[in-house]
Design a protein around this ligand. Structure first.
Ligand code: F3S
Length: 113
């Protein structure tokens, strides 16, 4: 799996990565985006546009982000979306679902006005 989206994307989901991906391998979940493990061609363009530096090469993941290697892959498996290899993100392949470990992350406090 070439590139992986990590925890910094949760509840940010800026979307710039999806706009620049040439093969549409970045899919939208409820609280974050997920990179498809076999559709990604490792071009690295997404890394340079993410405003919160949420994206890593799989062999450069910080230890605290290690689980996200599996989390990105498992998002496409039966336990979450069951999409397998959809062949490209589209309106059909976006969802409010998240990997259970992401769904379980406590929401950041929002500022009260
Ligand atoms: Fe998330 Fe960064 Fe993309 S915040 S949606 S990985 S641009």
């Amino acid at each position: 799996m070439p590139y992986v989206i990590g925890s910094a994307c949760i509840d940010v989901k800026d979307g710039a990565c999806q706009d620049v991906c040439p093969v549409e391998c970045i899919y939208e979940g409820g609280r974050m985006m997920y990179i498809h493990p076999t559709e990604c061609i490792s071009c690295g363009i997404c890394l340079s546009v993410c405003p919160v530096d949420a994206i890593f090469a799989d062999d450069e993941l910080p230890e605290r982000e290690n689980r996200f290697l599996a989390i990105n892959a498992e998002f496409f498996e039966d336990g979450v979306t069951g999409w397998g290899e959809p062949g490209g993100a589209s309106e059909t392949f976006r969802t409010d679902l998240d990997h259970p470990e992401v769904a379980g992350v406590e929401k950041k406090e929002t500022e009260l006005s």
